[in-house]
Ligand binder design. Structure first.
Ligand code: GLA
Length: 386
């Protein structure tokens, strides 16, 4: 049964009436352009087929009731929240994301109680943006029920980012939410974060006999929050010292001069951001010219830079990348914030099984948790399902 059918059925049983609609939003993989978003730079994500699906109907008492359905079909209810009383810090755990979204919508004059039933097949804690998918799916559902406002997709992404930054308290950029809202099937999304300009770049791996293999290391180092915030602050400090609005403004040609002005601890951060932005531009160029297999070296260079300069990789991610490359991947890198989560590897379809077996064996040998592997097919962004 599809997730949409599942949430509709559970909704009807739980509330004795049909849902008014079903909406969904996907997780993402970032092909390249890591930690560049909060430096006003370039990113190139694509959406996963994995989605969070929400069945919803309005209610008249100003409450937001959120239920989640797991594999056992049994709904788990969070305590209903009064939307007019939502404040940052008041809600913890996963329901902070739907609450945060309702809080942001309230600030834009959209304040309507709702019953929600959610189900998901986006792996959580895997660096694949299940939280952005949750924010975006809930945003579409609440906007759909309200019907008065029709913000465009990039605006919804910004609102979802605001929920995450100001309500949940995670200082993320806008990469994940934009990917979830704006990606298209068969394409990667080239986003210039500063201008907001977007280009849908064809990314048809199958046409080249290739696949993007996702390797969820199932490692989740607690550093994620503090490590992310520290890198972000480091970048802001470096931009200040260099007298530019954001590190985006440092061109590769001016990199050495910029590095010479910086203290030792900030220089590698800046080197990563400046070279990573260039790698995104180079990757887009390669894809536009139809030479998809040639993006491999850029992916691997991105990983090296994240590992050595930005220092957000970890043993599990390095092992996944190294083993995939040894087994014949054309390129491989960590994806997302780092400190655990997932790596991606660009592999020939006929080598995939071999790469999978070798990665799994390497993790077993190192006595690490067994990684979860799957092929990521570039999929559609958030949408109404029924
Ligand atoms: C997380 C954040 C994004 C982005 C990436 C790193 O996924 O939510 O905004 O900064 O890390 O590229």
């Amino acid at each position: 049964m599809s997730l949409a059918a599942q949430v509709s059925g559970v909704f009807r049983k739980l509330y004795n009436r049909p849902a008014q609609g079903v909406w969904s939003a996907p997780g993402r993989v970032n092909l390249i352009g890591e930690h560049t978003d909060y430096n006003d730079g370039f990113v190139l994500p694509f959406a996963l087929p994995h989605r969070i699906v929400v069945a919803a109907a309005p209610r008249d008492d100003g409450l937001l009731a959120v239920n989640t359905v797991g594999a056992d079909e049994r709904p788990q209810r969070a305590e209903p929240m009064r939307i007019s009383e939502l404040e940052p810090g008041a809600v913890s755990g996963w329901s902070a994301y739907p609450a945060g979204m309702a809080w942001v919508l309230r600030a834009h004059g959209i304040e309507r109680g709702a019953d929600l039933v959610l189900a998901s097949d986006v792996p959580t804690g895997a660096g694949l943006s299940s939280s952005a998918a949750l924010e975006c799916a809930v945003a579409l559902a609440l906007l759909g029920l309200d019907g008065t406002a029709r913000p465009d997709r990039s605006t919804i992404a910004r609102w979802a980012q605001r929920a995450e930054n100001d309500f949940v308290g995670m200082p993320s950029g806008v990469l994940d939410q934009t990917a979830s809202m704006c990606c298209r099937e068969g394409h990667a999304l080239f986003l210039d974060v500063r201008s907001g300009e977007q280009e849908q770049v064809p990314f048809q791996t199958a046409e080249h006999g290739l696949e993007v293999l996702v390797i969820d290391t199932r490692a989740n180092h607690a550093l994620v929050d503090s490590g992310y915030g520290d890198r972000r602050k480091g970048c802001e400090r470096a931009a200040e010292l260099l007298g530019v609005p954001a590190l985006r403004d440092i061109e590769p040609a001016g990199l050495d001069a910029a590095l010479a002005k910086l203290p030792d601890e900030l220089a590698p951060l800046v080197r990563h951001i400046v070279t990573e932005n260039q790698r995104v531009l180079d990757t887009v160029q390669v894809l536009r010219s139809g030479e998809l297999p040639s993006i491999g070296p850029h992916l691997t260079a991105s990983h090296d830079s994240l590992r050595h300069d930005y220092q957000v990789s970890c043993r599990e991610l390095d092992l996944a990348v190294e083993t995939a490359l040894d087994a014949g991947a054309l390129g491989a890198r960590m994806t997302g914030a780092g400190f655990g989560g997932s790596a991606i590897a660009l592999v020939h379809s006929d080598r995939r099984a071999d790469v999978e077996a070798k990665v799994t064996a390497a993790f077993r040998k190192e006595r690490l948790r067994c990684p979860r592997l799957f092929t990521a097919v570039p999929s559609a962004g958030a949408a109404r399902e029924r």
